[in-house]
Structure formats: C-alpha cells, structure tokens
Design a protein around this ligand. Structure first.
Ligand code: COA
Length: 143
C-alpha cells in the first residue's frame, strides 16, 4: 500500500494524532494541545496509508540558527518498515541551512538518531514544567 505524505496541518484529525502518540507509545498528548503545537511548528510531516495516519514528526525553527526536532512517532503496526527514518530524512532535509538541529531522545532511542549524525551534547540543559516527570522519563542527568 502506498504512503501519502503531507506537510500541512490541513485536514489533520487531532484525535487520531493523539491516539497515534498514545499507542506509539510516546505518552498522552491532548488533541487540543497537539493542534497548538503543530500549528506553531515550522515544519510538520504526516504520513498516511489508505487514509490512516501512520507516522508523524515536527520541527520548531528560527529559520537560520537553531531547529528543534520533536514528536517523531510511528504506529506500532508500521514500525520497522523505514517510515521513521523517512520522516527524519524529510525533516532534516527541510532544516537544511540551520546551524544546528537539536533534539532529546526517549532513553534508548539515541542510536536511531545517531545514524543521522546527531551527536550527544555535553552541556544541553532544560527547564521542565514537570521536573518529576522528566526524571521519571530518565532525561535528567544530575551529574
Ligand atoms: C523510534 C521510531 C519513530 C522509529 O520508527 P520506525 O519506523 O520503527 O523506524 P525505521 O523502520 O525507519 O527504522 C529505524 C532504524 O533505527 C533502528 N532503531 C529503531 N529503534 C531503535 C532503537 N531503540 N535503538 C537502536 N536502533 C533503533 C532500526 O533498527 C532501523 O535501523 P536500520 O534500518 O539501520 O536497521 C518508532 O519506533 C516509534 O514511533 N517509537 C515510539 C515513539 C518514540 O520513541 N519516538 C521517538 C521519540 S525520541
């Protein structure tokens, strides 16, 4: 079955997107929150098969210096078929010209990104709205 690619939020079913993240799994994201964050993203990528959303990703960017890649996910039934890599290639290509593309991975997923040239940063830091949740996810290093 052929995959359809879209780079616009037009026609996106936010409930369906929320469900994709839930089962991926990448946590629960409210449909109304997804509408806000995708509307405010510079680059978005939606992959569908037979009208069903199977993969997604997005990037925030300032157009020159810094781009932030996030929320890449593929439906479990479609994982391992190259869709995640294709989404990453697509978003990285559209970030061309930026001096850096930043992300933080779900622990364990670093090798997936390393293959694309992402390198571990020694001084990256973040303020989390819920530090406890970030700790639970294993993305805070207190050393
Ligand atoms: C991570 C994810 C997006 C990858 O998408 P996918 O469509 O399954 O990946 P692909 O089929 O394109 O293959 C990805 C490549 O990365 C590798 N890979 C995938 N997960 C990996 C992991 N945890 N560690 C190491 N390599 C991994 C695969 O072996 C494959 O490499 P290869 O082609 O050189 O053999 C998908 O598994 C997913 O949605 N996971 C749940 C949500 C998530 O964790 N998202 C990432 C947030 S940081």
């Amino acid at each position: 079955m052929a995959l359809q690619w879209s780079h616009t939020i037009e026609g996106v079913d936010w409930e369906e997107l929320s469900q994709l993240y839930r089962v991926a799994p990448l946590g629960y994201k409210k449909p109304e929150d997804l509408k806000i964050v995708f509307s405010n993203s510079r680059f978005t990528c939606f992959v569908s098969e037979a009208g069903r959303l199977v993969g997604v990703g997005r990037v925030l960017s300032d157009g020159l210096d810094c781009a932030y890649l996030c929320d890449v996910a593929v439906l479990p039934s479609h994982q391992g078929r190259g869709i995640g890599k294709a989404i990453l290639r697509d978003l990285i290509e559209r970030c061309r010209g930026h001096r850096k593309i930043i992300l933080y991975a779900v622990p364990g997923k670093e090798p997936f990104y390393r293959k694309f040239g992402f390198r571990r940063m020694t001084t990256a830091m973040a303020i989390f709205e819920s530090e406890a949740r970030a700790r639970e996810l294993g993305v805070i290093d207190d050393t």
